[in-house]
Design a protein around this ligand. Structure first.
Ligand code: MN
Ligand code: MG
Length: 662
């Protein structure tokens, strides 16, 4: 399959700068070139997980970002349509939430009668045939969702979302949406003759919406297992005359054995008789593609198949267009698939230095459709949405409990308690782990969070949480909590008791691995060596830098179970923290930590990020150590109550030096 795509890459590059005249340079897909008189090439195109990203713009950072934007995907759609004699465009869900434009529409603008949501206005310019729902469609409630979807000039299908209880026979389920749609499309065969093909589309949402959006859905909706719903409805589609059946699965690819209401069920869905091709999504990954798919039986990430059937996942935020090309052949009165290809085509590439380079200009119709809301969103992220009763800064995040880390833990704890309220984990105590992201270092002497008390804007949240991580929680023992903190304490050099002005910070230890755990209290004894090296290997197994670790005022019970809420990086084993890995994960949120902070601010109105000093250094009388921070740290010297810090003059590279009186 390589040659045509190589040529495709060349033609795309050559389009740079002269994007209007795409069709003149387009090469036909081989199926369109080779289809004979009784054969036809049908190209199916997918967008997925757009998350309101109409513009190539990161509203959190308040700057352009060339890895995203339906305005760019829209540009390639035109060219890609032109490569095929017959084509259709579908969307696979997660449309209306996930960036500040989505929050602006939900929280500030609202959906009044006659309003059309900007992401829908943009999609309406592109000629979609059908869409399905993603889990995030439910984040702002059912009313909001229905208002948004009603503005679309294309229908939505979803076979596993019911009003109220499930029926004993899935085909009797009282569904919110039509389970499937059969589109009769006139397609041109190799001889140029048009004839109809009946293409069936069936949609699926992750059943976990009943957990993730319980507050919006409880008593109003229910979900059915994806594979179970497919087994009921696909035969009905065949009976209704579908020549081919395409699954729109807002669900990822997971090699685990099938289980009831499995979240990422697309692999097992592909095995259902009668389904011919699968559009997937939800995981924000690329399939076919090189990463994440190793060792999944019955998935071919080179050819792009699941159980031998064509399948694709088109990244996220408009990063890719997913393509499934079918060569159909007349089979009596029906059509059968005689060949196929699958591809995820990107809107950007990385140069030799890994820098992102845009491959396309914006599509004007898409931009124009949502321009007013884009401008309004820029104003929204720059204007206050809440207040902070204390300054939010990270100048001392590595030497004292700190407001920029504290507020992240407050939001994570607030969120996970809601998420676990109806689960078997509801009675476990909740702890929260968070680390400073913006703490000087290679970022330089200005690279700190610094938001004064008073108004707080959405763009400040990017400062608190730089990465688009998602929330995850683990269930671990008190002993494992202690070792988590022993690993974090590798942030600090070994300081001899009584020594003067030794450098405090281990510069090889990244600040994002300096997790502070809230909900327990502890001291760090710098006179002991670190227990672990940076790869998590015990180097001083008997060291106990973490002292007086207490929960609820009493020494922690090493056997007690705790929930610790953190992010997908840490819970998945990132940073090699001892025993912290995917097998401990009890909750994988669909929400980013950043979104959770925004929701927390909206919910609270005024946040109080004052650090609670739940961790301190163990006093070492007569001992001092030095560290560097930004010069602006000086104004907060007296605000740090848990340890005495004094100005120690200038540091290197524009940093200032400070002395810690241990
Ligand atoms: Mn998504
Ligand atoms: Mg704290």
């Amino acid at each position: 399959m390589s040659s045509i795509f190589d040529v495709g890459v060349m033609s795309r590059r050559s389009l740079l700068g002269g994007l209007a005249a795409t069709s003149a340079l387009v090469l036909l897909h081989p199926f369109s070139a080779r289809a004979s008189a009784n054969q036809a090439h049908l190209r199916l195109m997918e967008t997925t997980d757009i998350h309101v990203n109409v513009f190539p713009y990161d509203y959190y950072a308040d700057k352009p970002n060339d890895t995203m934007g339906l305005s760019r995907t829209g540009t390639i759609i035109d060219g890609i349509r032109a490569e095929a004699v017959n084509s259709l465009l579908i969307d696979n869900g997660d449309v209306l939430q996930g960036n500040p434009m989505g929050d602006y529409m939900a929280y500030q603008h609202g959906m009044k009668d006659g309003d059309v949501h900007p992401v829908i206005k943009a999609m309406n310019t592109l000629g979609y045939t059908v869409g399905t729902l993603g889990n995030h469609e439910f984040n702002y409630g059912l009313d909001f969702m229905f208002k948004v979807l009603s503005g679309a000039n294309f229908p939505f299908v979803c076979a596993n979302l019911t009003k109220g209880q499930l029926a004993s026979d899935p085909k009797q389920d009282d569904l919110f949406f039509k389970p499937y749609l059969i589109v009769e499309k006139q397609i041109k065969d190799g001889a140029g003759k048009e004839s109809p093909v009946k293409i069936g589309f069936i949609g699926f949402v992750p059943p976990q919406i009943m957990l993730w959006d319980i507050k919006n859905l409880e008593g109003k909706a229910q979900t059915r297992d994806i594979v179970e719903a497919a087994k009921a409805w696909v035969p009905a589609m065949k009976e209704a005359g579908a020549d081919i059946v395409i699954a729109l699965s807002h669900s990822g690819i997971d090699g685990a054995a099938p289980s009831d209401k499995m979240e990422n069920a697309s692999l097992h869905l592909a095995a259902v008789d009668g389904i011919d091709a699968i559009f997937t999504g939800h995981q924000h990954l690329v399939f076919p593609g090189p990463k994440s798919w190793d060792g999944i039986a019955n998935a071919d990430p080179v050819k792009g198949t699941l159980h031998g059937k064509p399948a694709v996942m088109a990244g996220f935020w408009g990063s890719h267009l997913g393509l499934i090309d079918l060569l159909l052949e007349k089979d009596g009165n029906s059509w059968k698939i005689v060949d196929f290809t699958a591809e995820a085509r990107p809107i950007y590439h990385r140069d030799d230095k890994k820098k992102v380079v845009a491959d396309y200009a914006d599509k004007k119709d898409v931009v124009d459709a949502a321009k007013a809301e884009h401008e309004a969103t820029l104003a929204y992220v720059r204007t206050p949405v809440g207040k902070t009763s204390a300054p939010l800064y990270s100048y001392f995040a590595l030497v004292a409990d700190d407001p920029s880390v504290q507020v992240v833990s407050q939001a994570q704890t607030w969120y996970i308690k809601q998420m676990l309220a109806d689960t078997k984990f509801k009675d476990l105590p909740v702890l929260s782990a968070a680390a400073p992201f913006k703490a000087g270092g290679r970022g330089g002497a200005e690279y700190y969070t610094d938001v004064p008390a008073g108004d707080i804007a959405i763009k400040n949240v990017a400062d608190l949480y730089l990465y688009p991580n998602t929330v995850q929680a683990v269930a671990i023992t008190g002993a494992q909590v202690k070792n988590w903190l022993e690993m974090s304490a590798g942030m600090f050099n070994h300081i001899e008791a009584g020594s003067k002005d030794a450098p405090l910070l281990n510069n090889d230890f990244p600040s994002y691995n300096f997790d502070v755990i809230d909900g327990v209290t502890y001291q760090i004894d710098l006179s002991q060596p670190p227990k672990y090296d940076s790869s998590g290997k015990p180097i001083n197994p008997d060291a106990n830098r973490i002292q007086n670790l207490a929960f609820d005022g009493k020494p922690i019970d090493p056997a007690q179970k705790f929930v610790v809420v953190s992010n997908n990086y840490r819970a998945g084993g990132g940073g090699n923290f001892p025993e912290i890995a995917a097998d401990k994960v009890i909750f994988q949120a669909p929400d980013t930590n950043r979104d959770v902070i925004v929701r927390y601010i909206h919910d609270q109105g005024t946040i109080n990020p004052t650090a609670d000093a739940n961790w301190t250094f163990k006093p070492l009388p007569g001992t001092t150590a030095t560290f560097e921070s930004g010069p602006k740290a000086k104004q907060f010297l007296t605000a740090v109550k848990s340890v005495k810090i004094e100005d120690a003059g200038d540091g290197a590279d524009g940093f200032s030096k400070f002395r810690l009186m241990l």
